[in-house]
Design a protein around this ligand. Structure first.
Ligand SMILES: *Cc1c(COP(=O)(O)O)cnc(C)c1O
Length: 364
């Protein structure tokens, strides 16, 4: 039996008719940039997940960039974030000329360790970018305590955590703002690039709305420095078609993860912790094993697709060599990169495929 790591064609085949009808309507109306389809998606997303205000943007990287602009970051400012994430989590910091400063992660959840965050604060620290990695909310209470003590702006990168809550607050509403990605492989994926910005703070949200459209509220009048961060109409239209399925898709991901957690019994395997402050939406199911590469080869022989997410922590990426953090700087993140292995976990997996993944892991 073949189990691909991810197969996007199944979801899109199932939704082909309503999706193409929605895209055709947008096409016929030439609603290409923002407009009614995007507004409808913003309202639907907010109503479903509990966000008072939502701004559709043109990727998950864009709202992180916008957030760094709103935080007023610039050269000399330091922003604390995790080294174990997708590179975009740090890009915004670099775009505005500030400096990413990494703090090591917790072994059990792959998320920022609040004590390491506290230890990384200097008089130049201005913000923290928290990533809810793999769909698992980070330890926000402790991180917010550090942020309040030092007056830091907190950005939540929720790209992998759409639908997740931290102690019954939707992720993205605990810090000063939150960002989402609708890249096709995410739990809620568009037919192209997409993202969103949310904030519990109306002033922050208004600033983001202006920055999204060239720093303007009125066409051809530019009060602040902005950019082009608009979501396109096709993404709004498709995402609105997909939105009613999100809760079920996330529930299916949790069900599959529940089976992996209960039924994988390989010696020396380290399964992800399930803390009580926030249930994961399992964008990924990532385990660790000291013989990760051999396990991966074994699974490939069993026709089970896997991925290495992430093979290189941010501080060891060439682009950040200038930060001067060599091997050994963040040992827990480095160990995670060396022994992590992500299993297939998309909602369309059949029970028989899940059985096969479990049996294959257990037969290593
Ligand atoms: C996907 C992702 C992003 C960026 O999203 P894009 O839509 O690809 O720009 C940012 N942060 C994390 C953690 C992600 O997984």
């Amino acid at each position: 039996m073949k189990v691909p790591f991810l197969d996007l064609s199944l979801q899109h085949r199932a939704l082909r008719e309503p999706a193409l009808a929605a895209l055709a309507a947008t096409y016929d109306a030439t609603r290409f940039c923002l407009g009614k389809d995007v507004e409808e998606f913003e309202r639907g997303f907010g109503a479903l997940l509990g966000y008072p205000r939502v701004l559709g943007m043109n990727s998950g990287t864009s709202p992180l960039h916008v957030a760094c602009m709103i935080a007023g970051l610039g050269p000399g400012d330091e922003v604390i974030t995790t080294p174990f994430t997708f590179i975009s989590s740090a890009w915004g910091v670099s775009y505005v000329g500030a400096t990413p400063v990494f703090a090591d992660i917790e072994e059990g959840t792959f998320n920022l360790d609040p004590e390491k965050v506290a230890a990384a604060v200097t008089e130049r620290t201005k913000a923290i970018i928290v990533v809810h990695l793999f769909g698992q909310p980070a330890r926000m209470d402790e991180i917010m305590t550090v942020a309040r003590r030092h007056g830091l702006f907190v950005i939540e990168d929720c790209a992998q955590a759409v639908g997740a809550q931290y102690r019954s607050t939707p992720v993205g509403l605990i810090g000063d703002c939150g960002t989402f990605s609708f890249y096709p492989t995410k739990n809620l994926g568009g037919c192209g690039e997409g993202g969103a910005f949310v904030s519990r703070n109306e002033e922050v949200q208004t600033r983001a709305r202006h920055i999204r459209v060239h720093g303007s509220d009125r066409r051809y009048y530019h009060d602040i420095i902005g950019g082009n961060f608009r979501m396109d109409g096709f993404q709004g239209a498709l995402l609105t078609v997909k939105l009613p399925h999100l809760t079920g898709w996330n529930a299916r991901r949790r069900q599959i993860a529940g089976r992996y957690l209960a039924e994988i019994r390989l010696t020396n395997v380290r399964l992800p912790d399930q803390p009580d402050y926030g249930q994961s939406v399992f964008h990924q199911f990532t385990l660790r094993h000291p013989r990760r590469d051999a396990l991966r080869e074994h699974l490939a022989r069993c026709e089970v697709g896997t991925d290495l997410i992430y093979p290189v922590p941010l501080h060891l990426q060439k682009c950040y060599a200038g930060l001067g953090r060599g091997p050994g700087s963040y040992p827990i993140a480095e160990a995670a990169a060396a022994n992590c292995l992500s299993l297939p976990i998309f909602p369309e997996l059949t029970d028989a495929q899940v059985d096969h993944v479990i049996a294959s892991v257990n037969s290593f």
